[in-house]
Design a binder for this molecule. Sequence first.
Ligand code: DMJ
Length: 912
Amino acid sequence: MSEAGGGRGCGSSVPQRAPWSLVAATAAFCLVSATSVWTAGAAPMSREERQKLGNQVLEMFDHAYGNYMEHAYPADELMPLTCRGRVRGQEPSRGDVDDALGKFSLTLIDSLDTLVVLNKTKEFEDAVRKVLRDVNLDNDVVVSVFETNIRVLGGLLGGHSLAIMLKEKGEYMQWYNDELLQMAKQLGYKLLPAFNTTSGLPYPRINLKFGIRKPEARTGTETDTCTACAGTLILEFAALSRFTGATIFEEYARKALDFLWEKRQRSSNLVGVTINIHTGDWVRKDSGVGAGIDSYYEYLLKAYVLLGDDSFLERFNTHYDAIMRYISQPPLLLDVHIHKPMLNARTWMDALLAFFPGLQVLKGDIRPAIETHEMLYQVIKKHNFLPEAFTTDFRVHWAQHPLRPEFAESTYFLYKATGDPYYLEVGKTLIENLNKYARVPCGFAAMKDVRTGSHEDRMDSFFLAEMFKYLYLLFADKEDIIFDIEDYIFTTEAHLLPLWLSTTNQSISKKNTTSEYTELDDSNFDWTCPNTQILFPNDPLYAQSIREPLKNVVDKSCPRGIIRVEESFRSGAKPPLRARDFMATNPEHLEILKKMGAASSIDAEDGLRFMQEMIELSSQQQKEQQLPPRAVQIVSHPFFGRVVLTAGPAQFGLDLSKHKETRGFVASSKPYNGCSELTNPEAVMGKIALIQRGQCMFAEKARNIQNAGAIGGIVIDDNEGSSSDTAPLFQMAGDGKDTDDIKIPMLFLFSKEGSIILDAIREYEEVEVLLSDKAKDRDPEMENEEQPSSENDSQSAEQITSSSQEVDLVDQESPEESSLNSQPESLSPADMDNAASVSPSEQISNPMENHETTSLDGECTDLDNQLQEQSETEEDSNPNVSWGKKVQPIDSILADWNEDIEAFEMMEKDEL
Ligand code: DMJ
């Protein structure tokens, strides 16, 4: 606990016109003061346990950072499945997400201040030297202005801030002479041309070497940017100005913020997701606190804390009121339309909004922070990670999870605010899940699909910049950190900027319209810096009492009608009818429908929303009828289930969602394309046959390997370089005839995922895999035999990668050779399994396009819960049965859908 802060007090006692330095310090203090106030509630966690968890975080960081440095550096990011660096241009493009990569050793720069927080000072010193020696900021590459600012500029400034702190302490970094700051300044100047618009909003992308205008720049024609992209610059730019005295950076960032503020929708006080950088018109008029807007709000409040400029707080509070009025529908946060803020714009939430409870803590609004955080935690407990998007009834809407840190961030801030050891347990779960499901021999891999547990060959730099920082700080005591964290503010990428910047270089002109805000309303400060003594006066169980009613919100009941229920109860009115609740047989529902659009503007709004939800729900259900992706998990030594590949299902053969998974050793079929009777039946008998895509129908391949005695098949794409990271997954269709004779399970892997298995065969010969609808927990017995150690793990992964060129395949005709020879001489519908060339019945269907995969989970059915509980009990009583023992209640799930579909059909009959 900060003694200085303890003497000051905060909350209602914060002076209304407080000097900003005091406000900044007290705001930081408020986040820590509750820790020692806590006296009861969830069982406290011992110092030993916290230290153990802290050490675990350190070991995990070493595993991630060590593998990046060993196998990827100087590349921007590590590809943890193939154990190599991701170099832009050398990998298939992933679209916008690649715009973070500027060939500037992104992960190293993003990790700099994490090293110091984690007390790895020696490594920090080393890393700084590498940045100075190796990093080039002048590459001919088009990067995102937003990402470059928060990750690279922020990383350099965070590194500089801690370098000068260490230098002052007198032991480390004695040679340091502001070199990182000079690099930051160089980068700052490189970003400035992006602001050359009439509005002052920056272009979304810039060429590091050629800027915007030059023909070689290959950018500068964009017209739109996201609100967060234009509104998340002020902390880094102001810090750069105040560190260097070059005021231009802060001026540009302020101008962009001023413009956004001017353009807010005046009646709702909300902002849209994207804006035209030339005209200032809102391009997307939906508004939430997640993707596209998130850090705009974060930076308004934090700019106030760092810079002490009242106008930022005024703006933040105005937006915050609007958010709480329209978007916050406890415990949900749902996007609305800026012009019709009572109208929901979506029926799902995205994972980025998980930062919001943390921001609410900084704002001092603890209750909704606790509620939303608890709801998110329930979703995580269901799926192990927060899916990129999930529906209001907590089904998976977009199943990916790139190891985002936002939930850990909010957990840390809530623990600081409440001191409730519950949040330590939450952190412990996050650590366990990361180790259990995301840890691979060469780092941590993003989840391709939280439902199947499959991986993506991706470890984003923010995982090192943020996740480990927040997790380590969660368990750390003051003495575990070599400096006082309360002297710093976290940027959106968790880079540390010193609060003393608020007192330097104040000459920078403040907002030119400040007159509008000079008279501050007292209420602006009401909750800015809450005194936790006031927040939890006589009730140390405060946080627990807020969480309690939400405990089962995801698991035990379908939260139908949860939206605005509180509001409705308060007013005595009934909650509006939601599309997902509609029953055509319910006379009351029909009555409500008739009224919609007729009686009042509120009814009309309800009607509009209802129709919009119906359309969304209907298209969602169409997608749900498609088969979900499957998993191929490598279970033999040295993988032991740690590598999970995303696989496409087949519309024929054994349905892995209904039956137990299939486990077996793999063998390549001969001929490798599997288009004729196999010549090596003895090799595939009782095994899972590997077959190459192409030259005949998928069903024909399946029949040939089945006849040879294979127990399953994996078709590997013949299109070299294809990957589920970049191409939408699809289902293998039948041949238009009856495929009931095919009894074995068949899965499809893109070439990159397939080569991970082929490489493993080269290295280990005996490779066993599990084909299933969802990755199974790792084999505990085997895990015990080989404890994860970054050295061993990376060694074996490296062996696989490095040996892949040397050893021939077990099969006579190598897949590589075959791949080269596999192009058909002519394309004809009969001989190709490519969608473009076959009849509709033979076409590959593509359910996963646009990443908007929908859930097959039946979270809301009682039967599901019973079965889940049953399965969990079985596992508890026998820790060694995790392979293949989980019950998959797919029938109950289908029954649930059918109910919904029937309701739709009935509704159609009623001609609505
Ligand atoms: C980070 O790069 C930053 O936190 C950003 O503001 C949005 N989220 C990513 C990580 O999820």
